[in-house]
Unconditional design. Sequence first.
Lengths: 177, 174
Amino acid sequence: MNPQPQPTGRISAALLPEFDHEMATTRKTLERVPEDKFDWAPHERSMKLGQLASHLADMPSWGVVGLKQDSLDLAPPGGPAFEPFQGKSRAQVLERFDKNVAAARAAMADTGDPEYMKPWSLLRSGQTLMTMPRVAVVRSFVINHIIHHRGQLSVYLRLNNVPVPSIYGPSADEGNM
Amino acid sequence: MNPQQQQAGRISAALLPEFDHEMATTRRTLERIPEDKLDWAPHEKSMSLGRLAGHVAELPNFGSITMKTDSIDLASGGYQPLTATSQKQALDAFDKAAAGARAAIAAASNDDLMQSWTLLYGGKTVFSMPRVAALRAMMMSHMIHHRGQLSVYLRLHNVPVPSIYGPSADEGSM
């Protein structure tokens, strides 16, 4: 028996192979973050390495938020603001990432085509910032956003002489065609 | 069927809004590359800024290549990597590549997009996947990855980083 939840619609069937592939590459990258450099940043205005890795571990959870809720308020009136995860070790980052990826995958597999086309909104303090179909939340806010920050993390690794994994092709350190 | 209904089931109609959004963000990033730093690299094993910007600018070409061929062989010698020698050169190459890709995607039927496409290296298959998946991997995701790297290069030169998926430390607010 396949332990992975099977897709329930055409959209999830199209999204899941790509999601699985990108999350595997992201995990491979996170496995390399040097623990003794969590406080390092390449520039005073940049995220620290630990923050960037934690942000990557957090992001898959937005797949669940995008598919199981109608909206997210970054600073809900009268409620606590969104608290970013701050991993203290590589193990914590990976544990968080694995948990979030599994939950996002299950939510994606469980969502049918009509639900993927339902609108979802991002708000701050009750004000709508943007509204888009849920499939676009998964695509842009989750997958593209992860790819963007993983690209940044690959530069952080290089600057600390950590071999950069092959991501879309060989890096100067690894992989060949 | 009215034209709107015809559009509704088309894969290309689902791809183009995301394509336009991502290409606009990429152009905004390329508009900021500092011309006097094109030879600079953050590490001896890293791409130079000019090569990275050239790579980001040329990646949309995969859109038209994927739609016009059934396969390409990366070892065939046909690929001439672009190393940008000016900002204008990078932007011109990008605009041309993005316009070609957009036209190829807009013209594609669902059958065209579901047809298998193969990447080869020296005759060996690297992968085969439906064109729609190859467009995602080779063009969009690949470009977003290197654009992310380019945003770090900009920061290291104190160039304000544009808002990409949310505010940067320099610009944008939620």
